[in-house]
Design a protein around this ligand. Structure first.
Ligand code: ADP
Ligand code: MG
Length: 700
């Protein structure tokens, strides 16, 4: 009979109540199952032995063969430590214990040959190893299980209580003895053959006790694939259920608004990417399932026109549409732009923000409810309960990462049937990450900028080159262009940032004196009215230079501004640098981005700057950002539990992720209910997974 893997860990030989409690509280291990799925962090090559004279001062973990030649106790502030002299034929080092001294002293003998393993320290001209793993050489040779030894996740408390890596390894070994190392297969035969995967049992054995590096690699591949496969499967099923359950409005026809606009009023030729995305949206809207789509497109890729033409599809079918933006500035900009496009088509459009007057508000409310108003643009104000539509058919959210999930879902309830939803973002999320985080949304990407845009020239300059930069600024201003100079604003050192900004402003004022030059300044400490005034002067071209903090990151659109200078650029994140750079390059002129830094740069800063200079592709930049910072920091991913991966790594294992998604998609396409005999194992595993939530709580 096979062992029940849901057996509490207490029952495993060698565990006992104390250790069981610790394993539970420190590592969350409750059952046999949990223990099997405690995957090692890394492996150490235990076939390599070091000589003492080979040791480097790098704190590496090493294994050494030698003899203890003597013990002594050394008094210290509190208590004492036990020190042993340890020698091989090349030199001498010390072993040190701060705890458990009595037991150590009794169990270790001078003159015998031991194998020690642990981290080395260099102190006062000597190498030492605190609390080494130590065993007699004869024992060591008997126990040597495999070349690669697993190192398990641990905590300070665990090691203090004597649950060393060796203990965990022994417990794991016991588990394999009791279960005979046989585990139920969780992937279908078709995938196993296709990808030449090793069996579940072989994978689990080799992940814990690798026989060879090759088998370890295959075990890792199989387990990573499995983890990602079931996450993708879950996301795709969620998406399919959503489509079949949630009926949306169907926009049957493409009518006059759309066709007239397309034929007579489109201000430019659409890019191929825009056309493709419009087709994707058209397909969604033409089906009777509710659209739930994410549109990604770099700054300036032309998302707005796609949003507008999607709204036209809604209007053609007699529905109202709305567009929500995160700030008043952005809403106003959208409103002004779209109003122009609506005019020749005779479409009614209004703007609703926090500062809309009560009397205007009333009219908007009325016209929304009686259906006279066709398009509403605005901020969060759209979400208020008082805002009621007659028949909202499509809701669009711009810069969706600035809204919470709650706010988005509020839009859904603006109708009995939820409206079709399109969310747009200019913060590109690498595809791999998007798949995992937004796997239940459909994703469209505009990956092409409108033709004729001149790429922004980006350079990195050191502060010592400032005079040359000033000269360049003067030349550009002489050509009639405007310039941004941006200073970092980081909360913790706001005072210093403010000083940097003011110092910078002063030196710029000295270099660019009135009456030839005029400078605007905008920062967070100013009154909103003063900010608006300064901004307005720059927009109108009355000032040539705008000195500002990152407040200008979103929303400003000054096509005549062609130079972006970013001060202390090393202090900005990559995506922020990219967003800032997106403020220029909006007009016909060649634009420039100058990244100013001191000479002192960390490796990461260098990578960020090099990436900015090399690339203007938001997706590529996002990939680098992801590698530097890890997925946890990328906007909008924090809430996503999907990223609690046990063995796979969303950045490094991107190829496996794509492969797993491909298989999950295909399987569900051919067999959506998973009824074929080959897929029985998937269905079973998937059901278990829904029951236990964390996938590794059920897999095996
Ligand atoms: P974003 O994707 O950042 O929201 P916008 O929709 O604001 O970008 O578009 C940026 C600019 O590019 C706008 O001035 C818009 O009119 C223009 N634009 C959009 N699509 C095209 C196109 N196919 N050809 C030329 N210009 C375009
Ligand atoms: Mg936009």
């Amino acid at each position: 009979m096979s062992v029940n893997l849901q057996t509490p860990i207490d029952y495993l030989k060698g565990v006992g109540p104390n250790r069981a409690d610790l394993l539970r509280s420190e590592l969350g291990i409750q059952t046999y199952q949990d223990l099997i799925n405690l995957f090692p962090n890394r492996y150490i090559d235990r076939t390599r032995y070091y000589k003492i004279n080979e040791l480097q001062r790098n704190n590496a973990e090493v294994q050494i063969i030698g003899k203890i030649t003597g013990f002594r106790e050394v008094a210290q502030k509190r208590g004492k430590r036990l020190v042993a002299d340890f020698r091989d034929d090349t030199g001498m080092m010390e072993l040190v214990w701060f705890r458990g001294q009595k037991w150590i002293r009794e169990s270790l003998k001078t003159g015998k040959t031991y194998v020690i393993f642990g981290k080395t320290n260099w102190f006062a001209g000597k190498f030492s190893m605190p609390h080494p793993e130590i065993e007699l050489q004869s024992e060591h040779e008997r126990n040597l299980r495999s070349a690669m030894q697993a190192i398990y996740p641990s905590t300070e408390k665990l090691s203090n209580k004597g649950i060393t890596n060796k203990v965990v390894t022994n417990i794991m070994q016991q588990l394999f003895l009791e279960t005979k190392g046989r585990f139920v297969e969780t992937l279908p035969a078709s995938i196993m053959t296709d990808l030449k995967l090793i069996s579940k049992s072989d994978a689990l054995f080799n992940i814990h006790f690798p026989k060879t590096p090759e088998l370890l690699a295959r075990a890792q591949f199989r387990l990573k694939f499995e983890e990602l496969f079931y996450i993708q499967l879950q996301l795709i099923i969620k998406n399919l259920i959503h489509k079949s359950k949630i009926k949306g409005f169907t926009f049957d026809k493409v009518g006059d608004y759309f066709n007239t606009f397309y034929k007579d009023h489109l201000p430019f030729e659409l890019t191929n990417a825009q056309k493709r995305v419009l087709k994707e949206i058209r397909n969604d809207l033409g089906s009777n399932a509710q659209m739930n789509r994410l549109l990604q497109g770099d700054v300036g890729s032309g998302k707005t026109i796609v949003a507008f033409m999607s709204m036209l599809m809604g209007l053609d079918n007699g529905f109202q549409c709305c567009l929500m933006a995160p700030t008043a500035i952005l809403s106003v900009q959208h409103y002004q732009g779209l109003q122009e496009l609506c005019k020749p088509l005779g479409i009614s459009i209004s703007l609703l923000t926090g500062s809309t007057k009560t009397s205007d508000r009333k009219i908007i409310h009325q016209n929304l409810e009686n259906g006279n108003l066709q398009i509403l643009i605005g901020t969060h104000a759209l979400l208020e309960d008082k805002v009621k539509f007659k028949n909202l058919g499509l809701a669009i959210v711009d810069e969706q990462h600035r809204f919470g999930v709650k706010q988005r879902s509020k839009l859904w309830h603006k109708n009995e049937l939820p409206p079709n939803v399109l969310v747009m973002t200019a913060t590109p999320i690498p595809r791999t990450l998007a798949m995992s985080v937004y796997g239940d949304l459909d994703i469209s990407v505009i990956d092409e900028l409108p033709a004729g845009r001149k790429p922004i020239k980006t350079v990195h300059r050191y502060d010592s080159n400032r005079l040359k930069v000033f000269k360049f600024m003067k030349d550009e201003i002489a050509l009639g262009r405007q310039i941004y100079i941006v200073y970092p604003l980081i909360q913790e050192s706001e005072k210093m940032d403010y000083k940097d900004l003011m110092d910078g402003y002063e030196s710029v004022s000295r270099e660019f004196p009135m009456p030839n030059y005029h400078i605007s300044i905008v920062h967070g400490k100013m009154k909103p009215a003063d900010k608006d005034y300064e901004m307005e002067r720059f927009v109108k071209g009355e000032t040539q230079i705008m000195v500002a903090t990152t407040v200008i990151e979103v929303g400003v659109n000054v096509p005549n501004a062609s130079v972006m200078i970013i001060e202390s650029a090393e202090r900005f994140g990559l995506s922020q640098l990219h967003q800032l750079r997106g403020r220029v390059g909006r007009g016909a002129e060649q634009s420039y981005c100058i990244l100013m830094t001191s000479h002192k740069l960390s490796q990461d800063s260098k990578t960020r700057l090099e990436t900015m200079v090399r690339s203007s592709d938001g997706f590529e930049i996002a990939e680098v950002d992801l590698k530097l910072r890890g997925p946890g920091d990328i906007m909008g991913t924090q809430q996503s539990g999907v990223l609690n991966l046990r063995i796979a790594d969303i950045v490094k294992d991107k190829d496996i992720l794509e492969q797993s998604r491909y298989y999950a998609k295909n399987i569900l396409k051919l067999d959506p209910s998973l009824i074929s005999p080959d897929h029985k194992v998937i269905l079973h595993t998937y059901r278990q997974m829904s029951k236990y939530r964390n996938i590794w709580n059920y897999i095996s």
